[in-house]
Ligand binder design. Structure first.
Ligand code: PRP
Ligand code: MG
Length: 212
């Protein structure tokens, strides 16, 4: 019997809520916490615990059929991946921030500036849409430190509670996009697994309705 392969964030903010929603739809997963792969006991589902940024490629290649990821990750590298369901948790923004003491009037102020980010495609699109030229510094984490160590004039990163910006003496000046957790689908899903996905989505929809 075929099983639907789902990717879940291995660790980090989405992991816990993703596991919770699977539990709420009545799927119980054998969870050796260190396992990178687990099976559901009562639903034809296999769970793969992966790094966020790797998930879009796995979807494109059809290595997994579906994934719970942040919409922002799809915007960054998920062309031709469809969104089956918005899941209503893990809301965040992708925003531009600058040091608190600096003045800011408009997007044009970013012209010629150095921007540190982990989301180069998203930032480049934003700059292009606004006719602004800036230099990107791509870093993979702790982006908010960049202005304080003189590496950048501004950053673009995820803002959730705002606490990381606050602690690093930064202020949000532009919101590029708003994001939440979504169920994303591989363009390569088989019809057999699509049928399993339909059942999963049906359950998800009732849980989401009840949560509202
Ligand atoms: C994420 C993100 C922001 C922060 C936003 O970083 O990159 O820095 O959370 O959340 P907040 O607004 O609630 O503070 P994370 O802690 O996951 O670490 P990383 O950037 O080093 O991966
Ligand atoms: Mg961070």
């Amino acid at each position: 019997m075929s099983k639907l392969k789902i990717a879940i964030q291995k660790s980090g903010r989405l992991n816990e809520d993703s596991m919770k929603i699977l539990k709420d739809v009545g799927i119980s997963i054998d969870n050796g916490k260190d396992q990178l792969k687990a099976s559901a006991k009562n639903f034809p589902l296999e769970v793969f615990y992966l790094r966020n940024g790797d998930i879009p490629q796995y979807l494109k290649d059809g290595v997994v059929d579906v994934a719970i990821i942040g919409e922002n990750v799809l915007v960054e590298k998920g062309q031709d991946i469809t969104i089956a369901e918005k899941l209503g948790f893990s809301s965040c923004k992708v925003s531009v921030a600058i040091p608190k003491g600096k003045s800011y009037n408009s997007i044009k102020d970013l012209d010629g500036k150095r921007i540190a980010t982990s989301y180069p495609n998203t930032v480049n699109q934003f700059l292009k849409d606004n006719n602004v030229n800036a230099n990107l510094h791509i870093i993979n984490g702790s982006v908010e430190i960049a202005p304080n160590i003189g590496l950048a004039d501004a950053i673009v990163d995820i803002v959730s509670s705002g606490s990381t910006l606050f602690k690093n003496n930064l202020k949000e000046v532009e919101v590029i996009l708003k994001s939440e957790a979504i169920l994303a689908v591989s363009p390569q899903i088989s019809s057999e697994n699509q049928a399993i996905l339909n059942k999963l989505q049906f359950r998800l929809q009732s849980v989401l309705k009840a949560r509202n």
